[in-house]
Design a protein around this ligand. Structure first.
Ligand code: C2O
Ligand code: CU
Ligand code: CU
Length: 522
């Protein structure tokens, strides 16, 4: 850890970076952006392509910093910083945690069809690489751990945004260190917009609220505590305090009108069962892969790690002065019971905790309602699946402190025969949870449909079931203990090596992650 004594000063991060940058050849990058044109920064495994001509060009650095998250001493964090070199300035902004709090959580805003170049500078004291979670993207831009770069190095991403409008996100993906790096603060929103969404006139600007829910444990000096005990690796790390957009007691003044809230579970391991204190149901308009075809209502919302839910939240009927809170029961993937016997799917915090508070303002109410038709999904039919009757099965299991997918653990370039798929084909995969824990399963490079879910769940975790939004396009699906979930997906456009894994970050780091290879027809 390079804790500098000057770290508390506002420009300290920048000076520290320049110091490091001086030792490598890309100092020009953060000084002016002009030097980019010269070949001087060409020190990375990936270089800017001279004729790529991006619409948007962003400099994104992962840095060590100190931020006042709690009252009192600042917390040493790892965070993203950066700026827009080309394109609209709102392509990279940072969410303010509260009126007086720091701007911390990064938000990248992209448009479908846009050509994007991102210079990722690793200023951490260890290897890293950034993954764009949910994006349909070529292998070399996907942030696979094999592309992790060392301290002081640069990785150049260039891609065309090829996703539907929606709430995606980004985070580091170096093998065995993802949990640590995300926990320290490295995670952000990646919001994609498109013409279809624009035409709907959904709430925008200050009425479009991205909200990331994360849990953290702080020590008495306000520093993050992570993985003190061996068991926490196996169980997944759960923090004692819930932060929303990096704020410990997130409270926000809202007007008497409709908001679009983009709820995102950015915790390492915790699953949440969300509800609202005024008893109203959630009106869900979108999931991981963007807008639903039509809104659906849910009394409770279940969000496993990595999952997103776009909800239409209308405060018009509320009285000014009302306080409506988003509350949640937190679920550990598994809770250890007495006598060392695991109790399956037991809620870690049976009593709901307040996640966020919304205080309704005094203005006149503005009536509105969500569009009845939101979107149209891309065609994806079970009848087109090449393995319709015999799904590819992924058994999830845990044994002796290890977590497995079909009995295997991650190996950087390894692909088993049963992990090869054909480019252009549609397949059914069945996640079979043979373990006593819930696992949020994630597949890179695509959005899938959940087509079948057994109701074999046991224990308190079963109460999460009513909150699933399996109607939507998804890139993460929470598979409860003992449950089987079938998903349908198509391997379009990109041949190459991609990942599928449990998104409990401690499990991913343990190796509950594998490659699959999309192979072009020969
Ligand atoms: Cu959110 Cu493999 O990633
Ligand atoms: Cu991903
Ligand atoms: Cu897991």
């Amino acid at each position: 850890m390079n804790d500098n004594s000057d770290a508390g000063r506002p420009d300290a991060g920048r000076r520290r970076f320049l110091k490091q940058a001086g030792t490598v050849a890309f100092g020009g990058l953060l000084l002016g952006g002009k030097a980019l044109a010269s070949a001087e920064h060409a020190i990375s495994p990936a270089e800017a392509t001279p004729d790529f001509n991006p619409d948007v060009e962003i400099e994104l650095a992962a840095v060590v910093d100190e931020v006042g998250l709690l009252p009192g001493a600042p917390t040493t964090v790892w965070r993203f910083t950066g700026r827009v070199l080309r394109g609209s300035t709102d392509a990279l902004t940072f969410l303010k945690s509260s009126d007086h709090g720091p701007s911390f959580v990064p938000v990248l805003r992209m448009r479908r069809g846009q050509k994007v170049r991102i210079f990722f500078a690793n200023r951490l004291p260890e290897k890293s690489i950034v993954h764009w979670h949910g994006l349909h993207i070529v292998q070399r831009m996907d942030g696979h751990p094999m592309y992790a770069i060392g301290t002081g190095k640069l990785y150049v991403y260039e891609f065309v945004v090829d996703n539907r409008a929606g709430t995606y996100w980004f985070h580091p993906h170096p093998h065995e260190r993802t949990g640590f790096q995300v926990y320290r603060g490295l995670a952000g929103f990646l919001l994609v917009s498109d013409d279809e969404e624009d035409a709907l006139k959904l709430p925008r600007g200050t009425f479009d609220l991205p909200l990331v829910i994360q849990d953290r444990t702080f020590d008495s000096r306000n520093q993050f505590v992570y993985l003190q005990f061996m068991m926490e690796r196996m169980m997944g790390f759960m923090g004692e305090r819930v932060l929303v957009n990096a704020a410990p007691d997130y409270t926000r003044a809202v007007e008497r009108t409709a908001y679009r809230m983009r709820l995102f579970n950015g915790s390492n391991a915790t699953a949440y069962r969300l509800s609202l204190t005024d008893g109203r149901p959630f009106l869900v308009i979108g999931t991981d892969g963007g807008l639903l075809e039509q809104p659906v209502t849910r009394r409770t919302l279940a969000l496993g790690v990595g999952e997103r839910a776009d909800v239409w939240m209308d405060f018009a009927a509320a009285q000014s002065g009302d306080e409506i809170a988003l509350i949640a029961q937190s679920f550990a993937p598994m809770m250890s019971g007495g006598g060392g016997m695991p109790m399956m799917g037991r809620a870690a915090n049976p009593a709901p905790r307040v996640i966020a508070r919304f205080r309704v303002g005094s203005g006149a109410a503005a009536k509105s309602s969500p569009p009845a038709r939101l979107s149209k999904f891309p065609a994806l039919h079970l009848r087109d699946a090449v393995n319709r009757g015999r799904p590819r099965r992924i058994h999830m299991s845990m044994m002796r402190g290890q977590a497995f997918l079909n009995g295997r653990i991650f190996d950087t370039e390894a692909v088993a025969d049963d992990e090869r798929v054909r480019l252009g084909t549609t397949e059914v995969w069945e996640f079979v949870n043979d373990s006593p824990m819930a696992h949020p399963m994630h597949v890179h490079n695509l959005q899938f449909r959940v087509i079948e879910r057994s109701d074999a769940a046991v224990g308190d975790a079963a109460s999460l079931s009513a909150g699933f939004t399996d109607e939507g396009l998804k890139d993460v699906v929470l598979v409860l203990p003992g449950q089987r979930v079938k998903v349908l997906m198509k391997f379009e456009d990109h041949a190459g090596l991609y990942l599928y894994h449990c998104h409990i970050l401690e499990h991913e780091d343990l190796g509950m992650m594998r490659n699959y290879r999309v192979e072009a027809k020969d």
